[in-house]
Design a protein around this ligand. Structure first.
Ligand code: SF4
Length: 294
C-alpha cells in the first residue's frame, strides 16, 4: 500500500444488505483454488494465469467514502509488498501467499454492480495493498475493465515498483495516491528497508504523463518529522505540476495488534501520535510551497 491509512477488513463498511455487497474475499469465496493441494501442473497454470492478469492474490476489499480518492470507492487490497514499513498498518498484506486467489472477471462483475454509486458520488475504484504494482498484470486487467465501464480509477502505491507500470496501464489510471514516506534517502531506508529513488522517479514520470497525484506522507514523531526531511518532500512535490493535493497523515497505533498477532517485532510500540501543533507545522511546510494540503 502504500500508506495503509485505510485498514483492510473482512467486512465492507457500509457495504452490506441493500447494496448487495458480499463478504469481501471471504476465505470461502475465492476462485476455486483455496484449500486445494495444487499439482506442479496446476501451480504452473495458476502462475501463468497470474502473469496474464486473469488471476490475482487479494487480501480484501471494502466500500469507503472520503478516503482513498474522491467519492464513494471500492478499495481493493492486493496482497504482497516489497517494502517493510515500520509503521505498516496492514502487515498481513505484506506476503502475497497470504492473499486469496480471485478471478479478475469476478471482481469486475462486482465492480460493475456499483457503477451507479460511483457515478452519483463521483467515486470509483482504488487498487491498494500491499503494493498494487506487485501484480501489474492483474491490476492492468482491473483498470482496463473499469475504464471500459466508465469508472474512475485510482491506485495507491509507494511507487517503488513504478517501473512495472506500463504506459498502457498509466493511460487507464485517473489518479495516483503516491506515498512518499521520507524525503531523505537514509530515513526512507530506515522506514521502509528500501531505496527512495524509484518513488521519486515514478512521481516525475506521472507528472510528465499528466496523471493527477495526491501525495501522501505519514508523519511519525522521531522518525519522519525532521523539518529538513519534510522540506525535501515539499520541494519535490512542488516540482510536480500534477500534484493536486498533499495529505499529511498523523501516525497512529492502529496496526500494532496485527504485528503482535503475526509475531513480527514492532519497533514503534512506544511512539506517540504527533500533536496537533506538529501536524500543523508540517502542513504549513507544504503550504509554503503553494501546495493544497489536507
Ligand atoms: S509495508 Fe507495504 S503495505 Fe505496509 S505501509 Fe509499507 S508500502 Fe504499505
Amino acid at each position: 500500500m502504500t500508506i495503509c491509512e485505510a485498514t483492510p477488513t473482512t467486512g465492507a463498511d457500509g457495504a452490506s444488505g441493500d447494496q448487495g455487497f458480499e463478504a469481501p474475499v471471504g476465505r470461502a469465496a475465492g476462485a476455486g483454488l483455496v484449500g486445494l493441494e495444487l499439482s506442479d501442473a496446476d501451480r504452473s497454470e495458476k502462475f501463468a494465469r497470474m502473469r496474464a492478469g486473469e488471476l490475482g492474490s487479494v487480501h480484501s476489499w471494502e466500500l469507503v467514502t472520503a478516503v482513498d480518492g474522491p467519492g464513494t470507492r471500492m478499495t481493493i487490497f492486493l496482497s504482497g509488498c516489497p517494502l517493510r514499513c515500520l509503521y505498516c498498518h496492514n502487515p498481513d498484506t505484506m506476503a502475497m501467499r497470504n492473499g486469496e486467489p480471485v478471478e479478475a472477471s469476478e471482481l469486475l462483475l462486482r465492480i460493475k454492480r456499483y457503477r451507479r454509486i460511483f457515478k452519483n458520488s463521483g467515486g470509483g475504484i482504488t487498487l491498494s495493498g500491499g503494493e498494487v504494482l506487485m501484480q501489474p498484470a492483474f491490476a492492468a486487467t482491473l483498470l482496463r475493465g473499469a475504464k471500459e465501464m466508465g469508472i474512475h480509477t485510482t491506485i495507491d502505491t509507494s511507487g517503488f515498483l513504478g517501473a512495472a507500470c506500463t504506459d498502457e496501464m498509466l493511460a487507464d489510471i485517473d489518479l495516483v495516491l503516491l506515498d512518499v514516506k521520507s524525503g531523505d534517502p537514509e530515513t526512507y531506508r530506515k522506514v521502509t528497508g528500501r531505496a527512495l529513488e524509484p518513488t521519486l522517479k515514478f512521481g516525475r514520470r506521472l507528472a510528465e504523463f499528466g496523471t493527477e497525484i495526491w501525495l501522501r506522507f505519514v508523519l511519525v514523531p522521531g522518525l519522519t518529522d525532521d523539518p529538513a526531511n519534510v522540506e525535501t518532500i515539499a520541494e519535490y512535490a512542488a516540482t510536480l505540476p500534477t500534484v493536486s493535493r498533499v495529505e499529511v497523515l498523523p501516525f497512529h497505533q492502529m496496526g500494532k495488534d496485527k504485528w503482535e498477532s503475526l509475531g513480527i517485532p514492532y519497533e514503534l510500540g512506544d511512539t506517540q501520535p504527533p500533536t496537533n501543533a506538529e501536524v500543523d507545522r508540517v502542513r504549513d511546510q507544504f503550504r509554503a510551497k503553494g501546495l493544497t494540503v489536507y
